[in-house]
Write a protein that binds this ligand. Structure first.
Ligand SMILES: NC(=O)C1=CN([C@@H]2O[C@H](COP(=O)(O)OP(=O)(O)OC[C@H]3O[C@@H](n4cnc5c(N)ncnc54)[C@H](O)[C@@H]3O)[C@@H](O)[C@H]2O)[C@@H](O)CC1
Ligand SMILES: [K+]
Length: 245
């Protein structure tokens, strides 16, 4: 248990820039690896491997930005943990070559990525007995409403699936305003798990703890840096990459 501290979407983006700026010098690849690894760890904690291997499917929906990159990394770690991840990546990023390298790694790990033909019937892969959870790695703190297609339809489907298959939201539940939460007359859904990265964003205050389990992950900042941005660092236990609120 730890006290919830928040940063705005603007501050989250400033933190990101400073960590990857010339003085600190992290690369996006380093941070994304730790972010995706922490999401995989939260999934393992919430949905431990079933002895029946057919029940260990995880369906990962990947968006075009860095939130999507976290999803690609998470898929690889889940495979190493013994899950059967399936990746749905409808709009592939051309921002950097790094994303195609992550895709190559998934192919190397024999993680299936839906082909264009398979994408047309993506909901058919969501068999409640076989899929332990869905991962929403569509949009993170750079989402600006209104949501564009195909993602609006995807979020509407997640809404319909709420009581059937749990959804794990990476950093932000897609469709929610980063600072204000669900938006009236815009598609949204309620996640079963939210994994906030580095520090929760204000929309996390809109979750109902009875419906959504909240973790923080992305354990990569020292105390003085957290304090500079106005929050205490989280008291992660041992080698854990995640902390449950
Ligand atoms: N410091 C951290 O905490 C780190 C954060 N990372 C991840 O990076 C995320 C932020 O990544 P980005 O800044 O790339 O942004 P996002 O991944 O949130 O989204 C950017 C993409 O979404 C598209 N988009 C935005 N609004 C849209 C709309 N209304 N309809 C359709 N498309 C829309 C943009 O065109 C862009 O392609 C974080 O939320 C987190 O998941 C990690 O990868 C690295 C470390
Ligand atoms: K998300």
């Amino acid at each position: 248990m730890s006290i919830l501290k928040l940063v705005s979407s603007k501050a989250a983006s400033e933190i990101d820039k400073e960590l990857m700026g010339p003085q600190v010098g992290f690369t996006l690849q380093q941070l994304m690896e730790l972010a995706g690894f922490s999401v995989a760890q939260a999934i393992q904690r919430e949905y431990p491997l079933n002895q029946n291997r057919n029940k260990n499917g995880v369906f990962i929906i990947v968006g075009p930005g860095n939130n999507g990159g976290d999803g690609l990394v998470c898929a690889r770690h889940l495979k190493l943990f013994g899950y059967n991840p399936i990746v749905y990546y409808p709009v592939r990023s051309k921002r950097t070559e790094f994303y195609s390298q992550l895709v190559n790694q998934l192919e190397f790990f024999q993680v299936p990525i839906l082909s264009e033909e398979q994408q047309n019937k993506w909901t058919e892969y969501l068999e409640p007995g076989k899929i332990a959870c869905i991962v929403d790695a569509i949009f993170g703190f750079s989402f600006k409403p209104p949501i564009r297609e195909p993602f609006g339809t995807i979020v509407e489907e997640l809404n319909k699936l709420e009581d059937k298959i749990p959804v794990v939201a990476v950093d932000i539940p897609t469709g929610w305003d980063v600072d204000n939460g669900p938006i009236e007359n815009e598609p949204s859904y309620v996640p079963s798990v939210l994994v906030s990265l580095t520090v929760p964003k204000p929309c996390s205050q809109c979750i109902n703890p009875k419906r959504t389990t909240h973790y923080v992950g992305g354990r990569f900042i020292p105390r003085h840096f957290a304090e500079k941005y106005g929050f205490e660092p989280y008291e992660y236990k041992g080698t854990d990459q995640i902390l449950k609120f």
